[in-house]
Ligand binder design. Structure first.
Ligand code: SF4
Ligand code: SF4
Length: 304
């Protein structure tokens, strides 16, 4: 029997009310093409298992040091840099060994059938509008798995939402969209150089794919509002203009938050947030009024 394709998932949130209309099951796939400097989900950067270490949970028993076959764990218990990540091969023996859950693994393999079983359990709560949302990372990073998942979900009658930054293989995207009911399209910056500076890639592919997405399925645009990065009047107006021209009715504005700061430390990464000033409320209101001037409905903080 042919082995089923597996997807690497960082998290599955059940009964979510923030990832599209209705009550939804949200699958966060690992892997992303972008490296947005404000990202609050660094565990989704790569499509591989990642090791979290939370020093505050450690009771200093030393068992993990003995269990690690690579000698990658020091006895500097309270240091976020306790693990030599160059030596670590992510065998996750430390996760199994620690009784206090100081170690954990981000990244679980699921088949499409595994996820469909979860959808079937959650289905009684979906009502008319709810269903499956696939987010990330960037879901298109695992595009083949995404396609199979949406196809199977749709064939069972579930409502599918794609939460995407728009980056990914255009032909694959076109083949996925017939099974998508709605897209949540994150537009981070309209100028290609600005986009490259803050996310690591130009937005040429994104804008091309955004045309295809908006002409194929109902689309809500979202914009992370990052002070000093993409909050200029010029960028907001360009985003509003693009949304309006492409038949979008709603824009979800997501002001910068720093809730992901702890995760960077647990992964042994430096927090990126020190360089970002706080976002004044007046700025958020200014952005809201620009979108409204273009005839767009807005929400602040992904509320549906
Ligand atoms: S096994 Fe857990 S509690 Fe013991 S030293 Fe390692 S991290 Fe700390
Ligand atoms: S995942 Fe394996 S190699 Fe890495 S620190 Fe834990 S026990 Fe060592």
């Amino acid at each position: 029997m042919e082995e089923q394709l597996k997807g690497l998932v960082s998290e599955i949130t059940r009964f979510s009310t923030k990832d599209g209309p209705g009550i939804r099951t949200t699958v966060f796939l690992k892997g992303c093409f972008l490296r947005c400097r404000w990202c609050s989900n660094p565990e989704t950067f790569t499509c591989e298992k990642m090791l979290f270490y939370i020093p505050a949970r450690c009771k200093e028993c030393g068992r993990c040091e003995q269990a690690c076959p690579k000698g990658a764990i020091s006895s500097d218990y309270q240091s976020p840099q306790r693990i030599d990540r160059a030596l670590c091969d992510r065998c996750m023996k430390c996760v199994d060994t620690c009784m206090y859950h100081a170690f954990s693994c981000s990244g679980t393999e699921y088949t499409v059938d595994d996820i469909v079983r979860i959808l079937e359990r959650d289905a009684p709560f979906y009502g008319d509008e709810g269903g499956l949302t696939v987010s990330g990372g960037e879901p298109m990073f695992q595009g083949r798995f995404l396609k199979e998942l949406f196809h199977e979900s749709k064939s069972r009658g579930f409502n599918n939402i794609l939460d995407t930054c728009g980056y990914g293989d255009t032909e694959l995207l076109k083949s996925i969209l017939p099974d998508v009911d709605m897209a949540l399209l994150d537009l981070k910056a309209m100028d290609p150089e600005l986009h490259r500076r803050w996310t690591g890639v130009s937005n040429e592919v994104i804008l091309k794919n955004a045309e295809i997405i908006t002409s194929s399925v109902k689309t809500r645009v979202s914009i992370p509002l990052i002070p000093g990065a993409n909050d200029s009047v010029e960028n907001i107006e360009a985003t509003a203009s693009f949304a309006k021209e492409h038949g979008v009715e709603w824009v979800d504005i997501n002001p910068l938050h720093k809730l992901g700061a702890g995760k960077y430390g647990y992964l042994g990464l430096e927090s990126p947030y020190d360089g970002f000033p706080d976002l004044p409320e007046e700025k958020v209101q200014e952005v809201v009024s620009i979108f409204e001037r273009y005839g767009l409905n807005t929400t602040v903080g992904r509320m549906m």
